[in-house]
Design a protein around this ligand. Structure first.
Ligand code: IYR
Length: 229
């Protein structure tokens, strides 16, 4: 089967001076460094138009062969949020009470997480991200996708940055196993649940753990001369 090539068109990225580039890089880092995972949400509503813009941003992510192998399910219906919470808490209860290793529980203890997930009902929106292992054509045939987890992971990164930039908060929730989301959201066989992101405002006077991020020296290895300062 032949595939029509994309027409190639001129691309006009911004032309900035090295000083402006450095300034932008610094400003963006400082902004992103203020992002925190929040587990306590307010029930204050968020406009659907805001959600649409956030999801448009997520959709700009690069993907293997430009297949865009993602579906974002946006849940605001209180009854459905309640069903998701109940199913997630059932799995989480089992995970925290036997399925997770002692080492894992030990690693989580400083964060204070447990099996209870009230934010699944409190947050005005839940975005459940599905990855498409393959595309299902209208005639029922399958067409492969590539680097699906990488692509969907990047889209989620864009989404998290967009949520932060909009002044809202989120949390990367990974109930395990996540199959109940396929059932509750009635997703087709080619989609697998990937990540659940509650989106909203933080609860009043929310607290977060005083985490430190690893210094650059610990997370980078340089293989050439650094540019002169
Ligand atoms: N999925 C569980 C457990 C959990 C696991 C990791 I790794 C975390 O960083 C946080 C939580 C939960 O959502 O509580």
């Amino acid at each position: 089967m032949s595939v029509t090539p994309f027409p190639f068109v001129p691309y006009h990225p911004e032309h900035l001076s090295p000083e402006e580039i450095l300034q932008r890089a610094q400003v963006f880092y400082q902004f992103m460094d203020r992002r925190r995972t929040v587990r306590d949400f307010s029930d204050k509503p968020v406009a659907k138009e805001v959600m649409e813009q956030l999801l448009l941003t997520a959709s700009t992510a690069p993907s293997g062969a430009h297949k865009q192998p993602w579906t974002f399910c946006v849940v605001s219906d209180p009854a459905l949020k309640k069903q998701i919470r109940e199913a997630a808490e059932k799995e989480e209860f089992d995970s925290y009470n036997g399925r997770m290793t002692t080492e894992w529980l030990e690693d989580l203890a400083p964060l204070g997480t447990d099996w209870q997930k009230p934010f699944l009902e409190t947050a005005p929106y839940l975005i459940v991200v599905f990855k498409k292992a393959y595309d299902l054509k209208e005639d029922g045939s399958k067409r492969n996708n590539y680097y699906v987890s990488e692509s969907v992971g990047i889209a989620c990164g864009f989404l998290i940055a967009a949520i932060h930039q909009a002044g809202l908060v989120t949390l990367t929730h990974t109930p395990s196993p996540m199959n109940f989301l396929t059932r509750l959201l009635n997703r087709p066989e080619n989609e697998r649940p990937f990540l659940l992101l509650p989106v909203g405002y933080p609860a009043a006077e929310v607290k977060v753990p005083d985490l430190k991020r690893k210094p650059l020296e610990e997370v980078t290895v340089w293989y050439g001369p650094k540019a002169e300062k």
